[in-house]
Design a protein around this ligand. Structure first.
Ligand code: APR
Ligand code: ZN
Length: 251
């Protein structure tokens, strides 16, 4: 049997036999939904300077920062939909296989696909927060023609409810993610370059707790040659349905 199929079969067996799977996703899982990743081929940071997402820049130049944020995140936000990768993970959760899904993504696609135990490590695009009165609004309910958007209640500055560089991780998501990574017997790492801390420590926590690690990516990451047990090279939107078919084949 060719190497690729051997790996796929081994991965499918691990997934079939586990009901304590922790999933850890990055921008790559949403690439086939049309959202560009941040790094690598077609990455956003090849076209924009990441400093537009630094909290200091946002607070001192909210209009300029919002202009880039609107283009990158909101202009087509409501046009994107979950792809087969998101849907397979939602199915495995309803089959009782997944104990927690930690995502670095702010695109809300896991929730839209039906995943429930989603820990949004970097927050979510779908709400805007008033920095003065702390009221939050669904982002689609706020008119982004005039920038920066102001709170309809107190005219305070509205900020997307996702984590900017220089901000802390939402405490509840942090705690839930550590718990999920510490108590799983299998971690699926899907579509992440593993470049950003502290999110990138989570797979190491799983490994330290003797979990097996399956990694899905289009190219190797810092995890591949260190903690990954089975590396599946390819697109998440194709590999997850393939794994799901293999699992169902032998049921
Ligand atoms: N299927 C699987 N993996 C893919 C696909 C795909 N179709 N397309 C791209 N990838 C992989 C890339 O090879 C890369 O390793 O997804 C990864 C995307 O990496 P990044 O763009 O760095 O995204 P991520 O790891 O989530 O970035 C972490 O950085 O900018 C911050 O806050 C932002 O949450 C983000 C964090
Ligand atoms: Zn307000």
């Amino acid at each position: 049997m060719e190497h690729r199929l051997v790996n796929l079969t081994k991965a499918a067996n691990l997934i079939r036999n586990s009901n304590k799977i922790c999933v850890f996703t990055g921008a790559g899982i949403s690439a086939e939904s049309g959202i560009p990743p941040f790094r690598g081929e077609g990455g956003l940071w090849n076209r924009y300077d990441p400093h537009i997402l630094e909290i200091g820049y946002f607070l001192t130049k909210p209009k300029e920062s919002w202009e880039a944020i609107r283009t990158i995140f909101y202009d087509f936000f409501h046009q994107v939909a979950p792809n087969p990768a998101h849907k397979v993970l939602a199915q495995w959760e309803s089959d009782g296989k997944i104990t927690g899904l930690i995502t670095q993504n702010i695109d809300n696609l896991h929730a839209q696909a039906g995943s429930v135990k989603v820990y949004e490590f970097h927050g979510n695009c779908d709400r805007l927060l008033c920095l003065d009165c702390n009221k939050s609004y669904p982002s689609l309910s706020v008119d982004l023609k005039e920038l920066p958007p102001l709170c309809p209640d107190c005219f305070g500055l509205l900020k997307p409810d996702f984590v900017f560089f220089g901000e802390g991780i939402p405490p509840l998501a942090y705690q839930q993610s550590i718990e999920a990574a510490s108590s799983c017997d299998l971690m699926l790492i899907i579509g992440t370059s593993g470049e950003v801390a502290p999110a990138n420590h989570l797979p190491h926590i799983a490994k330290r707790n003797k979990a097996s690690i399956i990694e899905i990516n289009r190219e190797p990451s810092p995890y591949t040659k260190t903690i990954t047990d089975i590396y599946l090279e390819g697109k998440a939107g194709e590999l997850l349905p393939e794994l799901n078919d293999l699992i169902n084949l032998n049921n």
